[in-house]
Design a binder for this molecule. Structure first.
Ligand SMILES: [Zn+2]
Length: 198
């Protein structure tokens, strides 16, 4: 048996995946973003992703990277992604928006918390901001990645309960998400402390 040179990923790619389809992450993410944007816009946004990943690398824990990447891939377990159209926003009982990423990027109940928590009044609410592809400053990219994780973890929590979050509890559940992510990264904790010290 020769274990020394065995590289599972390389073996899988060379002998299985590559035989079927040469993988281009740029094309893959462009294709995913076409769900929300025109092809040209999706291509331009996918091109920004390596830079965003470089900013986040080492500054956020893997759970945040996972939430961000699965969002770019439109892979959150929302009712919209399962094509169940009659379900509404899981983040708040009083919101009539849909249960999908596009709505969570625009949800008023969430945005109020986002602006106050990360002091980002200068940014425009919307999908491009939520997905981190419409902002430039490194500081804001890290804040918005943490925001995205807080939304993701809160959404999963209430999907699991199969009921929308009581409106009065939303902000504390989003804060739980921030606390959880900060527990796994000293740099992220320092980032949040810097904002809150302003
Ligand atoms: Zn909503």
């Amino acid at each position: 048996m020769h274990y020394k040179d065995c590289n599972l990923l390389k073996t899988l790619y060379m002998h299985f995946l590559n035989e079927h389809h040469a993988i281009s992450l740029q094309n893959y993410l462009t294709q995913k973003m076409c769900y929300w944007f025109s092809t040209d816009a999706a291509y331009a946004m996918a091109k920004k992703i390596p830079n965003i990943v470089a900013i986040l690398h080492g500054r956020v824990p893997p759970c945040v990277m996972h939430a961000v990447f699965s969002c770019w891939c439109n892979a959150w377990g929302t009712n919209e992604s399962f094509q169940v159209q009659d379900k509404t926003c899981i983040m708040s009982y009083s919101c009539n928006g849909g249960d999908g990423i596009k709505h969570y990027a625009n949800c008023e109940a969430v945005w109020q918390w986002t602006v106050r928590t990360f002091r980002i009044r200068h940014l425009q609410r919307g999908l491009k901001t939520f997905l981190l592809v419409g902002i430039d400053g490194e500081h804001d990219v890290i804040s918005l990645a943490l925001n995205l994780y807080a939304v993701y973890s809160t959404m999963n929590k209430w999907h699991h309960k199969n009921t929308p979050c009581p409106t009065s509890q939303l902000h504390s559940h989003l804060h739980d998400g921030v606390r959880t992510a900060c527990n796994y990264s000293t740099k992220l904790r320092q980032h949040v402390q810097t904002i809150w010290a302003l």
